[in-house]
Structures are given as structure tokens and as C-alpha cells.
Design a binder for this molecule. Structure first.
Ligand SMILES: [Zn+2]
Length: 132
């Protein structure tokens, strides 16, 4: 079972205003990473096998899905954690924000406030400390 974790982040606007926030991430153990990689790899190769009897298309689908299985498996294995969402307060309008992230998105990020459309950066607290 993947572990849901959170990290403190800092939400900064262009004028230097900051607000604390929380980044929710899913953390995968080494065993879960192997299982996820094997599943992605297996799905691609099963689809490649299913594409074998399709006349004409099998010349494209079988090599592409075979190659995609290896690539997806490797990519899944390398993914140690995936981002879920960011929660916090907008440094401009001070409204509560909750932004859903793509799994591959990691701070530092640039996003827009859903309420006032102001741009802001999302950085981890350790990045904030390193900049000082
Ligand atoms: Zn705002």
C-alpha cells in the first residue's frame, strides 16, 4: 500500500509575500515501485500479444507496444513519489487554495491562484532555507 505523505511548502508571490502550505505526495517503497513497473510492462506486452493477429497494424503495434513496455516499466520504477495536491493560502488574496498536481510535478512550480488568478511559486521549505 503506497504511503500518503505531506511536506511543508512555501507559496511566494512576485512581491515577496509568502504563505505556508502543504504538498501531499504518494511515496512508493522499493517493492511497490517494482510491482508498479511490472504491471505497466505486463499490460504493454499483453496488448502487444493481442495486436499480433491484427493484419497490417501488427507491424506497427507489436514493436511499439514491446518498446513502450520497457520504457513505461523503467519510468514507473524510477518514480519514487508522485505529487497529489497543494493546499495553502494565496499570498495575494489570502483565500484558501487547493491545486491538484500532475503526478510528475514537483516543486519548484509556478501556478496561478484559482480565485484571483495571481501567479505564485511553490517551493519546498528546504529550498526556501537554501535561498537565504
Ligand atoms: Zn489569490
Amino acid at each position: 500500500m503506497p504511503q500518503i505523505d505531506w511536506q511543508p511548502i512555501v507559496i511566494k508571490d512576485n512581491e515577496g509575500g509568502t504563505q505556508p502550505g502543504t504538498l501531499h505526495v504518494t511515496v512508493y517503497s522499493p517493492r511497490e515501485r517494482i510491482v508498479r513497473a511490472a504491471k505497466a510492462w505486463a499490460v504493454c506486452w499483453v496488448l502487444a500479444l493481442l495486436a499480433l493477429p491484427i493484419i497490417g497494424l501488427h507491424w506497427i503495434l507489436v514493436p511499439a507496444l514491446t518498446f513502450a513496455g520497457v520504457l513505461l516499466g523503467y519510468q514507473r520504477y524510477r518514480t519514487a513519489s508522485s505529487s497529489n495536491k497543494v493546499e495553502g493560502r494565496c499570498p495575494v488574496c489570502h483565500g484558501t487554495i487547493e491545486i491538484t498536481l500532475e503526478s510528475a510535478e514537483h516543486p519548484p512550480l509556478w501556478k496561478y491562484c484559482p480565485a484571483c488568478n495571481a501567479p505564485f511559486s511553490i517551493e519546498t521549505s528546504t529550498q526556501e532555507m537554501a535561498a537565504i
